[in-house]
Design a protein around this ligand. Structure first.
Ligand SMILES: [Zn+2]
Length: 590
């Protein structure tokens, strides 16, 4: 079978323009069951419509309301299989009756115990990168855009929500209808079903969460409307109507997912001090970079994420000021350095912005390179051309390519033509985009607060006295800086730090993750019981992977990792569980 852009589909011959979903959610069977009806444009007169599908069972296919024989291609462990449907040049509509299987990777069926309130089951989807095909048969590739409508039937005490205009109250009959009138790529198809309630936050924003969490979420996200207004002031109108956030139960494997109209967010941002809301700025920024102008292939993923991290910083700067935003950039720079230190040894080619992902899982491209190297590249361009020229360029860029896809070659041509030809020789695009590592002209982050923490680390490194660290006014980010910058420590030194600052058992997941990683690196066993509790209660991959990765470096640690994973796995999303299983399998402990 021909594979292009991680898809079997013949999307260059036949265009799917509209999807109509009619699905029923069965929590006992853990399946969605119903039909997907695709309107197509077959101007090339193709004889087949080839769709992607994986871990879903096709029951019947009808072409313009007449049942047809379909074929299924060979199974690929990453891509699934082709669903081959005979069509003619006149075909208008193809309807696939199907049901998902319990192991469908996009769908997380939570038992009541796995939710915050522990009363009702919960379902959420995660389609990015190529998992939409595990719950909808379609052309699952970011180069294809379509509009959709849906009818979703759920148990009567639950609410259904999608990446579309959403209800704000439950319906007694459990039947919900949706419309997304803007064309989106398949990876932005999203569905959540659960016992949630809604609270408005402003003109066009609001938050959905389980009733027991809603109040805290509303408080934490109080600045959201301001973020939307700031983003619009920077790069043009927000075109999606409402911007709401759904705060999910803990097993959500990501920080957030920029599903249009309704961002899905991890509950780990609800820290109680509004210190982690930059995640919302990030997902909101995707309403322009990614959702409006979309990476054409997963190799161009940096176009989605690099722009978004850059844009996120600009939103944070507008609301919280330059110093704070610069501190966040400093954290990003530190994380990028860690990633580069690892990857330049193991997989230097993956430190290029433009990635070769042929034959690989596109999830391999989800590293700090796309996000942080991408951001610093764009920041470098800003340094060269000046902020006002750069902002004018970005405004034009988003306007020109609204609802279109973008690839790296096309972007470079556009960038040169509109901007960089006026600044010849100032920036080496090839080195930045196609080279490994971080170019020498990478922008330097200047943060006073960062310097303050660095000084504290220097002082502590000499004295090893925790009370020498002046933590007055510390935010989550200061603590992260501090812990990440720590030298190798003895078990006694770890114990003294713990005694002074009570890290073990801390509720802030960002700080907990860094502390437990440090505990593993320094052999501080006293933190391990709380670390195990943390690993069993949090499902966000970003917090899980660093701890597991460091655990498996020793045979004792690997045994502990296996034991924790065997218990924690049922609470993890397939995406997170898969990454951890790989880490354990590939471990070579000393
Ligand atoms: Zn993102």
């Amino acid at each position: 079978m021909k594979v292009e852009n991680h898809s079997f589909s013949n999307y260059k011959e036949v265009a799917v323009t509209h999807l109509s979903l009619n699905l029923k959610a069965d929590f006992d069977k853990k399946e969605l069951q119903g039909t997907a009806t695709l309107k197509i444009k077959n101007t090339a007169g193709a004889k087949q419509l080839i769709l992607d599908h994986k871990t879903l069972k096709v029951d019947n296919v009808a072409v313009d309301n007449k049942d047809v024989q379909f074929e299924i291609g060979p199974l690929d462990s990453i891509l699934g299989a082709a669903l081959i449907i005979p069509i003619t040049a006149e075909t208008k509509e193809v309807s696939v009756a199907y049901h998902t299987l319990p192991e469908s990777e996009a769908l997380q069926w939570l038992s009541p115990e796995q939710t915050h309130d522990k009363k009702h089951p919960f379902l959420f989807s995660q389609s990015q990168a190529i998992l939409a095909r595990t719950w909808i048969p379609l052309q699952d590739c970011p180069a294809v855009r379509f509009i959709y409508d849906a009818t979703i039937e759920v148990p009567p005490h639950l609410m259904a929500m999608m990446s579309a205009e959403n209800p704000t109250a439950k319906r007694k009959d459990g039947k919900y209808t949706f419309k997304q009138t803007k064309p989106i790529p398949s990876y932005l198809m999203a569905l959540a079903v659960g016992d949630v309630e809604f609270t408005s936050l402003g003109r066009n924003s609001g938050v959905y969460a389980e009733p027991g969490m809603l109040k805290k979420c509303v408080w934490e996200l109080a600045d959201m409307q301001g973020m939307i207004d700031s983003a619009e002031a920077l790069y043009g109108p927000y075109v999606w109507g409402r911007y709401d956030v759904l705060v999910l139960p803990p097993s959500f494997p990501f920080g957030g997912m920029e599903n249009p109209v309704l961002t899905f967010a991890t509950p780990t941002i609800i820290a109680g001090d509004r210190s982690l809301v930059s995640l919302v700025a990030h997902e909101l920024a995707h309403s322009w970079s990614g959702n409006l102008v979309t990476n054409e292939t997963w190799s161009d993923f940096w176009l989605n994420e690099g722009f978004t991290v850059y844009f996120e910083q600009r939103i944070m700067e507008k609301i919280y000021g330059h110093d704070y935003a610069e501190m966040l950039a400093g954290i990003g720079r530190g994380e990028l350095q860690h990633t580069l230190d690892d990857m330049m040894q193991e997989a230097p080619d993956d430190t290029k912005l433009f990635l070769n992902l042929d034959g690989r899982n596109p999830d391999d491209g989800v590293t700090d390179i796309a996000y942080e190297k991408g951001r610093f590249f764009l920041r470098r361009i800003e340094e060269v051309v000046g902020r006002s020229a750069w902002d004018a360029f970005l405004n034009d860029y988003f306007k020109t390519y609204t609802f279109k896809t973008m690839n790296t070659t096309k972007f470079v041509a556009y960038l040169n033509e509109k901007l960089l030809n006026k600044h010849p020789g100032k920036i080496d695009l090839d080195t930045w985009i196609y080279g490994t590592g971080l170019p020498k002209d990478a922008p330097v982050v200047n943060s006073k607060e960062w310097q303050r923490v660095k000084d504290a680390i220097a002082l502590y490194t000499k004295s090893k006295n925790p009370t020498d660290i002046d933590t007055k006014g510390y935010t989550t980010h200061h603590w992260l800086f501090l812990l990440r910058g720590m030298p190798l420590l003895s078990v006694d030194e770890m114990a003294a730090l713990d005694k002074t600052f009570s890290f073990t058992g801390i509720g802030n997941a960002e700080v907990a993750c860094v502390w437990y990683t440090l505990s593993v690196k320094n052999g501080y066993d006293a933190a391990f019981p709380e670390m195990a509790t943390f690993l069993k209660s949090v499902g966000r991959r970003k917090f899980l992977l660093p701890i597991y990765k460091n655990l498996v470096k020793t045979s004792k640690g690997k045994a502990l990792a296996e034991q924790i994973f065997s218990e924690a796995r049922k609470g993890y999303h397939a995406v997170a569980a898969g990454s951890i299983a790989d880490i354990i399998r590939e471990a070579q402990p000393k």
